[in-house]
Write a protein that binds this ligand. Structure first.
Ligand code: NCD
Length: 313
């Protein structure tokens, strides 16, 4: 079995079989990160470029560790240190990397649709690591994986995605991913942060967090994307926090077995109060850990890997 796609640009392109293949493969790879020597030779001889043209800590490091644990050669490029700073176009960067025989390019870019363009200009496999407010498919895959590990299912769960839905690529990818896998989704935000068009994606829009909290199985908090907000979407940060910050008082209204997620980076006491991140309901650190296994799976499968037997010895 192998993936039906050659690039990972959008969750929309994946079939349910593709998603299950990634999650099942990740399960094999997860064990490698627990070994004393966290490395297998699976991608030896492959070259992977991390082209990160927007700030990132966890996603870039996660991809780098995933590639290194599979023994690939990894090159990191950022906008500060590349010819892009000298005005080179993305197309010319793509041509240069193609001429160097790169196998996989992992790209983060502020322009929605950039990874799709890049895929047209190179033979290398492309992984979208976040393109503007469009999509962030590996984040959604690692979120599916983390929920499946914790709650042993995805189907019929009620996922509440809370906060800055309008500017969030994580929200969009997660909506597509969790819906495909049979979950029910509510997006919960002030009206200015969730355009009514989201209803056409098959989600319920809810404006009152307190009202919906008792109904949801997974509280998925989003970061306020202050860098993408060009106008004021609520009276003040304090007002936002008063209505949407997950604090201990609000958590009391939640289901007993609720789990709490956040893609990071967190704005403490705006989206979630600091004490809650340490509680057993929070699976935020599991998301980070799962991220490496899921990205190992994606790199392996896009590099042409299929059934995992033999890949992890
Ligand atoms: C997200 C991103 O960059 O889209 N972070 C991440 O990849 N873990 C979410 C965010 O920045 O809010």
């Amino acid at each position: 079995m192998s993936l039906s796609v050659t690039n990972l640009l959008s969750i929309k392109d994946l079939t349910n079989d593709d998603i299950n293949l990634v999650l099942d493969t990740a399960k094999y790879f997860e064990e490698i990160s627990k070994r004393a020597i966290k490395k297998v030779p699976t991608l030896r001889g492959k070259t992977i470029v991390n082209l990160f043209l927007e700030p990132s800590t966890r996603t870039r490091i996660s991809f780098e560790l995933a590639a290194k644990r599979l023994s690939a050669d990894v090159v990191n490029i950022s906008s500060d240190s590349s010819a892009i700073k000298k005005g080179e176009s993305l197309k010319d960067t793509a041509k240069t990397l193609t001429a160097m025989g790169i196998d996989i390019i992992v790209m983060r870019h502020s322009f929605a649709g950039s990874s799709e363009l890049l895929a047209k200009w190179t033979d290398a496999r492309i992984i979208n690591a976040g393109d503007g407010a469009h999509e962030h498919p590996t984040q959604a895959l690692l979120d599916l994986y983390t929920v499946r590990e914790k709650l042993k299912k995805i189907e019929n769960l009620h996922i509440g995605i809370v906060g800055d839905v309008a500017h969030s690529r994580v929200a969009r990818s997660n909506i597509f991913a969790f819906k495909k896998m049979g979950a029910k989704i509510s997006v919960i935000a002030p009206p200015t942060l969730v355009p009514p068009e989201f209803e056409s994606l098959g989600v319920n829009i809810r404006y009152n967090f307190d009202e919906v909290i008792p109904e949801i199985d997974v509280i998925y908090l989003l970061r306020l994307q202050l860098e993408r907000q060009t106008e004021s979407f609520f009276p003040s940060i304090g007002e936002y926090a008063r209505l949407f910050c997950l604090n201990k008082e609000r958590l009391k209204m939640a289901k007993e077995n609720v789990v709490i997620m956040h893609p990071g980076p967190i704005n403490r006491d705006i989206e979630i109060s600091g004490d809650i991140t340490e509680m057993p309901e929070s699976i935020i650190t599991q998301q980070v850990a799962s991220g490496i296994a899921v990205r190992m799976a994606v790199l392996y499968l896009l590099a042409g890997g299929g059934l995992v037997s033999g890949a992890v010895d």
